[in-house]
Design a protein. Sequence first.
Length: 319
Amino acid sequence: MPTGALEYLDHALKEWDYSTSFSGLDAPGTSMSVHAVTLSVRMGRGVAGMREPKHKLAVENFKPSQAELKAHPTARPACMHSDQRGYWKPAVAKTLAELKSSGVQLTKSILMPLILQGRNAVNLSQPCLIHKGQSCPVPRVRIHIAGIECKDWSPRGPKTGSDGQTFETFSCWAAVQTAMRHKAILVECSHKYQARILNDIFGIEMALTFIQNLCASHLGNLGVRPRFWGLLLSRLEIVAVWSSLNNVVPMFYRTWRGSITALLIATQEELDAELAPTLFYCIPWDIESFLNTSQSVNSQQQQNNNKDNNDNSDQDEQF
Ligand SMILES: [Zn+2]
């Protein structure tokens, strides 16, 4: 296994595969490519040395987006399905169509039992747009990424939530993911989305480990568009991942000779000096500032060491 944080990320990008639903213009694939090329340049391999994860499947029904996905220069999906609801088994699709035609609204209370049927409710293959109509299977991947339909959750939409028209499409997507038992699922939607729906569906086998409303404006974009992000991780996978991080996690701990009191009375300059080694990893381009700070830290650490050598009562602390 790789021994450094960058090497670990490089290894992960090279080994990972992923699939996308409601793939749109392939923001996930573009993000993966940006990460891969940035890391490759940072590690001295140049753009040609980039190692990015494999995009196994995209599911998208908007034809201009399909064309964009097929033309993606680096993250082109290996397979593409067009109809999210096309996974319903024919008998299920027929029943749902009859219910709709008789005026029944397909709400969460009707569809949730169907979602939990997983493999019994859906077929895990569809005609593929990449392989000229051949039926290609839904692959099991390291992470599935879905920007689920947000119309019914958006403040500018009908505000119908899980009683809205898009919940049937969501239900078919959820039934497929339940059947696939991916290691991780990343979901994006309107910031009004209710995270408990994900827990209701996946909660037994997966933990909703990250829920956050993020806005592009937080990243310097001029547009304000808060979005819900939720990360589901396989409970079994959590145990495996933590075990594999045993050689990385210790890098984020270091011995500190002192007491918490020192932090409470420290001046800003002393705090900056204490944090300098961490700042090096955050702003490596500011090398002159780092070198100056580094000298200051070395000088201060030397003084602390001299002081410690004269005071054997100090205890090492981990934080
Ligand atoms: Zn295919």
